[in-house]
Design a protein. Structure first.
Length: 259
């Protein structure tokens, strides 16, 4: 019934769509759903053909007429242009496009939003140049020659700074013990910096050198809390500094425990 459906006086397409809507409520198999989809495509094509055959009283857009009206708005006289055809493209007045802009401004209340037409542009990766690769190889060769000297200087300065810090901490420990030899020095009070967790870890790191070298000793008091004291303050320490006499442990301190 193609001709009957395309007729402007017939409502057959609307009736077919209503009947399809009722049948769709009973669809329970994949094949029936496929038939419904096939009908939807067919109905859409028929509706498009039917809309194209409709005749309205609206005037169609004529590009030539629009161009003539646009030139008139710009203040161009077509009779004068035909007489002066020797200068093509140079007949527009200086304020022609300004007039068009002022007229179009009345119909645009805001600027159009920015959007991508077909997604972002895909740029091809730049081709590697041989000259740049040669420069990189040359710079790598120089770096290999210079790097050992730089690392040697850094290691020497780092070792010197660590050694000086260890000596400074040992001096503080000995001074505290000499001022009050009867009062045990709490290990945590000695190493913890209340204002810096990183500084606390550094203090524990430096104190570990004192323990390793046998310059200080950590033991537990009656409350099972660690106390620290210089080894020279105790009698008979020299006897305990033989091989295997000193023991070391790994102590962990989290930031929550530090707080």
């Amino acid at each position: 019934n193609r001709e009957e459906i395309l007729s402007s006086k017939s409502n057959r397409l609307t009736e077919a769509l209503e009947e399809a809507n009722k049948l769709f409520e009973k669809v329970c198999r994949a094949r029936e759903a496929a038939l419904d989809a096939q009908f939807l495509v067919l109905a859409s094509n028929l509706g498009k053909e039917k809309a194209n055959e409709l005749h309205s009283e609206m005037t169609s857009f004529d590009s030539a007429t629009f161009a003539e009206d646009l030139l008139t708005l710009m203040g161009i006289n077509r009779t004068e242009i035909e007489e002066n055809d020797s200068e093509p493209g140079g007949f527009l007045p200086r304020d022609a496009w300004q007039k068009v802009g002022e007229e179009a401004l009345k119909y645009f209340r805001r600027a159009p939003t920015f959007h991508y037409m077909l997604g972002s542009f895909k740029s091809d990766p730049p081709e590697a140049k041989q000259r740049i690769e040669r420069q990189k190889k040359a710079s790598r060769g120089e770096a290999k020659q210079i790097m050992p000297a730089q690392l040697k200087k850094m290691e020497e300065s780092h070792e010197e700074a660590t050694e000086k810090e260890v000596e400074r901490i040992l001096g503080i420990l000995q001074t505290l013990f000499e001022n009050d030899p009867d009062t045990p020095i709490s290990f945590f009070d000695f190493v913890i910096d209340p204002n810096s967790f990183a500084r606390t870890v550094e203090n524990m790191f430096h104190v570990s050198f004192l323990i390793r070298d046998g310059l200080a000793e950590i033991r537990l008091d009656d409350d099972k809390l660690p106390i620290i004291e210089p080894t020279k303050s105790r009698k008979g320490v020299e006897e305990n500094q033989g091989p295997g006499a000193r023991k070391q442990v790994v102590m962990s301190l989290t930031q929550e425990e530090w707080k």
